[in-house]
Design a protein around this ligand. Structure first.
Ligand code: G3I
Length: 333
């Protein structure tokens, strides 16, 4: 079978995955699969503040650098996740960062981190998950330390700082919760459109939107009819689009693994059919690649205790129906 990185490439697309240093560096068979399938590599955690900054004055790039080297050795592009997020912060953050010094911390972080990889990063998630549809504010900006300390302009500021530190990387806003046909997703899609329009109108250097693609199965089935128009609106603004964290939460799907794998594969296929119809979409990146290692196992375990099967390869590293969905969708793109 042809690897996803190769089939994607023939269509001018990128396929890749986000993985953890621990798994990649200790599991040779897994590392081989990642190298074989992925044309772009994303450290799932190693570029977060928590991982890079043991103290307010220290930066530790050891693990992220190892992953950058793994990508280079295997002819893969390397993608940065993430410079500004309300999560993944070190414990010292809350005790140290305040209204008075927040801009200094943000500037130092972005210039040190984006500067460290300048010229080597394909793209950066400059700001991650800044919108929360349930807040009262009209702009739906999430209540984060950055918003409290710097106001809504923290987003513009971060993009300007990133462009200064690495003028070559594609600078992205990345978020989840826009994929399914739900009222809350519609609120989020509208808030993201308004945010991106505001950034563009001010000349803020942003080039792409990351749609995470954390999908979930539901016993009654799920639909992706509304996201097509959203992606068109994004493309009309002149922005590129990448699917950045694709997986399917199968927590609520039937226990039988064969039935479950088919249901998960159908969700991959239905989503990718809509998404890859949009020419502005340039990359499909999964959050993990094998069911052997998935963030869902600890955060969204099944009630029946059966292992989760959200990714294109099973825990034995064998391709699943979801892999076939990816291959077919890419072939038809
Ligand atoms: O590395 C430390 C370790 O030193 C410590 O002993 C241990 C004890 O808790 O924690 C380890 O850090 C954990 C880290 O994963 C690495 O394993 C954090 O506690 C844990 O919170 C962290 O979870 C990650 C989460 O983001 C928060 O950063 C998940 O692995 C990761 O899959 C998840 O990824 C997010 C994306 O960044 C953004 N979009 C949603 C996605 C899924 O939630």
């Amino acid at each position: 079978a042809i690897a996803l990185r190769a089939s994607a490439r023939t269509k001018g697309l990128l396929f890749g995955a986000a993985v953890n240093y621990n798994n990649l560096s200790s599991d040779q068979a897994y590392a081989n699969l990642v190298a074989q399938q992925c044309g772009i590599l994303v450290p799932a955690n190693e570029l977060k503040w928590q991982a890079l900054r043991p103290s307010p004055t220290q930066f530790n790039f050891t693990r992220a650098d190892w992953m950058a080297q793994f990508a280079r050795r295997n002819g893969m592009l390397f993608r940065g996740h993430t410079l500004v997020w309300h999560n993944g912060l070190p414990n010292w953050f809350a005790k140290t960062v305040n209204k008075q010094n927040a801009e200094k911390f943000l500037r130092e972080h972005i210039s040190r981190v984006a500067g460290h990889y300048a010229g080597q990063m394909h793209s950066w998630d400059v700001v991650n998950e800044a919108i929360e549809p349930r807040v009262q504010r009209a702009d739906k900006l999430r209540n984060t330390p950055w918003l409290r300390f710097l106001g809504p302009d923290y987003i513009d500021l971060a993009f300007r700082m990133a462009a200064e530190a690495d003028p070559r990387a594609i600078l992205m806003y990345n978020d989840f919760g826009v994929e399914h046909d739900t009222p809350q997703a519609e609120t989020k899609r509208n808030a993201i459109l308004r945010l991106l329009e505001r950034l563009k109108s001010r000349g803020t250097p942003i080039q792409a939107l990351g749609v995470q693609g954390h999908l979930f199965g539901h016993p009654n089935g799920v639909k992706f009819t509304q996201i097509g128009r959203f992606l068109r609106n994004i493309a009309d603004m002149g922005l590129e689009i990448m699917i950045t964290e694709l997986d399917v939460n199968d927590q609520q799907l039937p226990r039988d693994p064969a039935i479950r794998d088919r249901a998960v594969a159908k969700i991959y296929a239905d989503f990718l059919e809509v998404v890859l119809d949009q020419p502005a979409v340039t990359a499909v990146i999964t959050w993990g690649i094998s069911d052997r290692y998935t963030w869902l196992a600890s955060t969204k375990p099944r009630k029946d205790g059966a292992g989760l099967r959200p990714l294109p390869f099973d825990a034995q590293l064998k391709p699943k129906p979801a892999w076939q969905s990816l291959t077919s969708a890419i072939a038809q793109a």
